[in-house]
Design a protein around this ligand. Sequence first.
Ligand code: ATP
Ligand code: MG
Length: 510
Amino acid sequence: MADTILQMRGISKAFPGVMALENVDLTVTRGEIHALIGENGAGKSTLMKVLSGIYPYGAYGGDILMDGQTRAFRDISDSEAAGIAIIHQELALIPQLSIAENIFLGNERTRRGGVLDWGRTIGEAKHLLDRVGLAEDPTTPVSALGVGHRQLVEIVKALSKDVRLLILDEPTSALNERDSANLLRLLRELNDQGITSILISHKLNEIIQVADAITILRDGRTIETLRPSEGEITEDRIIRGMVGRDLDQRYPEREPDIGEVRFEVRDWTVDHPTQAERRVVDGAGLQVRRGEIVGIAGLMGAGRTEFAMSLFGRSYGRYVSGTLHKDGHRVQLNGVDDAIAAGIAYVPEDRKEQGLILDTDLRRNITLAGLDRVSRRGVINPAREVVAAEELHEQMRVKSRDILQTAGDLSGGNQQKIVLAKWMFTDPELLILDEPTRGIDVGAKYEIYLIIQRLVAQGKSVLFISSELPELLGMCDRVYAMCEGRITGELDREHATQESLMKLMTLTNA
Ligand SMILES: Nc1ncnc2c1ncn2[C@@H]1O[C@H](COP(=O)(O)OP(=O)(O)OP(=O)(O)O)[C@@H](O)[C@H]1O
Ligand SMILES: [Mg+2]
């Protein structure tokens, strides 16, 4: 077994009340892309945290062997020294620092005497950024980057170390199709250069495209390892392994019942909060009807999130102009409270920064945006709060011990469900969803689609931002496309295809 780089044997890891891993085996061959998949909460991230020393030797059961030798990593620097680099599901960059500083954080490029060698730092950063095709100045603060570009910086950071085994925990969940494709190509290139990788992803099409081996976890146990070289592997085959049964459709059936125009936005223009003269949204307009699911398609940087956030009580941008009309009447929203009062909810794409209070329990995270619904004269009624939170927790099928668990302890996908639950709780008339199924497994996606459909069946309206075109096509009654801050077109269900949308999404102002 000379070509086995990594063997994890009989790994077990318990948290209070949860057996996250139970006797898990994982064998990775040198030079391959090994996919690790499973439903939300299956134990993927936990297994990788065990591997990288975040859960140190002694805090788990079983053995880790690298190159046939037993290893006992006490912390992440131990595993780094062994050539392992992990890119976490939740990004961990420091927004105030520049790209270059983030890349070499803890690994600074210095001159003799320990003084930071700024020239070398910038030069090497530039080189690495080129390698992943990210055209940003290394001195740009990370805070100025969108979540997708931040992901690329994370990858660059890993590359800057002498990595032999690269672990990527959902690296493409924040990226659109084109950037994902670039990233996967990059992974292939790295593999050709001898870097082995373990890839966690919920995007099964990508897995099939790049993986040499696929290990499936379910409920903390290894189910199987599939190898495409030993026979064709379909998405349905993988899903069967993940959920233990067949899933015959991806999008639930629905008979749309669409009414009159509920919300209308006219000539919406937003300037960048810090960069003067940078227009992020430019004269955008749209309508959403009662009972309608309206999509917004666009490439990274098209301005979709900025548009949505600025609509949500001007929570983004300087000099927001344009008008918002509800039932034909103009409404002025000067803050998030106004927006909530007007029946608008926004589920953000970045749950860590904008969605959840990670050190607080699920109950309060769920009720937070609508506390008045469980309060009387400003005093929370604890029993009502628990009942309300329980109900959504149940509806969303969140995998956690109970609603008193801390949000930060949940798996990534389950955190996303809590963010959704939080905004559902405000019982909005217009729900704006920004990449709601990012990082969500196929089964749970279906449940989220059902919830969205239930909402519109009640006469509510949904604005659905997604980078996954099949999802927009599968769910929306109408889709607007954005490019460079402008709405470049609109297609109804009958006319929308990946190609027609792509054309509009790349219709630059020539
Ligand atoms: N620090 C923690 N404390 C308590 N429970 C935890 C902790 N970390 C993870 N868990 C639990 O362990 C289980 C596995 O979580 P893990 O994050 O490994 O899932 P995952 O497969 O990565 O899921 P996802 O696809 O949603 O990211 C879940 O039930 C989760 O709630
Ligand atoms: Mg995870």
